[in-house]
Design a protein around this ligand. Sequence first.
Ligand SMILES: Nc1nc2c(ncn2[C@@H]2O[C@H](COP(=O)(O)OP(=O)(O)O)[C@@H](O)[C@H]2O)c(=O)[nH]1
Ligand SMILES: [Mg+2]
Length: 451
Amino acid sequence: MFDTLTESFKSAINKIRFHDDEKALKKALSELKKSLLKSDVHHKVVKELLSNVERDVKKMGVGKDNFLNALARHLKDILTAKGNQGFVFASKPPTVVLMTGLQGSGKTTTTGKFAYMLKEQKKKKVLIAAADLQRLAAVEQLRQIAEQVGVDLVADENAKPEDIVKEALKKAQDGLYDVLLIDTAGRLAIDEELMEELARIKKIANPDEIFYVADAMTGIDAVRTAATFKEKIGITGVVLSKFDADSKGGVALGVAHQVGVPLRFIGSGEKMPDLESFIPDRIVSRLMGAGDLETLIEKTTAVIDEKSAKKINKKIKKGQFNFNDFLEQMEQMKKLGSMKSIMSMIPGMSSIAKQIGDIDLENSKEMKQIKAMISSMTPKERENPDLLNNSRKRRIAKGAGLDQVQVNRIIKQFKNAAKMAKKLSGKNGMKQMQEIMKQMQGGGIPPGLLR
Ligand SMILES: Nc1nc2c(ncn2[C@@H]2O[C@H](COP(=O)(O)OP(=O)(O)O)[C@@H](O)[C@H]2O)c(=O)[nH]1
Ligand SMILES: [Mg+2]
């Protein structure tokens, strides 16, 4: 998610040794400054961050630990604004959330992502209200999203937004919903009419949270419009959408400090699982190359149930991992979001995440081939990969529309992966894994250091 920034932090950190002189510090700071500015972090934010770091390090003595600690501390300060972090539930349900933003910023998509996260990870009962009645297509879009996620929707193309909100509030209360998400209309630019409609809806809904969805691709404009919404409507959080398309990432670093409202979530793709909470502590850890295992664990425990994970583990250990297990694992992986975002949360893996780009588990050519191959197998063959002799492979290749070389290659890869997994699941497996990571990290920071 912050590939470029993480790289430049690492490089600056490596300029400082355990005990060093002020010249080394100057060099590291100037390198940081250059790359932060290049990443579109606002120049005032950069200046404040770096002068704070410089002051503290000089006070404590130039050295790697002092530099790391000062950088981590002041980064966290910059990323933090007064207000809630992550998704916060009202003390009395339903928690009412108003989604605001300009047209095309990603309000409707983000509404769906919230519903997905709340339902899948937090096991909450969610209701969505379609209060965008500017365009008929908007209601239909939300209807499809609600259906896809599997949550209830209040919508009526012929009603007024205010009436929809009233109806939704009543339904949320009567139906004992945990959360009500209200999707509103946006316009191409900020105007009186938009603000008046939002003010009316706000008055009726009396929301616990007002999120402003800003398009990360609009760069500095995202910050400016968020500030205007804060002033005119009063927002409690910012969501930066389309962060996957913004390779620089600096807006995310400056927005909380500049607007004075916490950045709460980041949208990292078009699909429903592509939403990440922005928790300053964790982001600092990630920026400094130490990964974000907490978020990863949160995501995986919500999606992967413990029982089946244990079952799979046992099979792997015994060398019995088969094609059915593989398909099941792939289904679960899909729920975690994009491969790139998962990788970037693992300590030391951020640079690799950058290299692998985005593997689309559903649509990549390889995945399609593997799925076609498995679906051409008999149940017995799926259970026992060792059954696959040449005549069976020929039959499978024909059924899947692949040639035999492709089938052989996939089976070989599968067997290698199963072998590797078996090795890693053994007694010294964790140690081996850590060794591999340490080598890949190449001078990075041990994850524990920042806490
Ligand atoms: N790549 C990417 N696209 C997004 C993201 N969020 C929204 N979009 C796309 O942006 C476009 C506008 O989104 P929409 O939710 O309809 O915006 P709205 O007008 O504010 O409701 C759609 O094509 C979405 O698929 C994101 O995080 N990443
Ligand atoms: Mg919309």
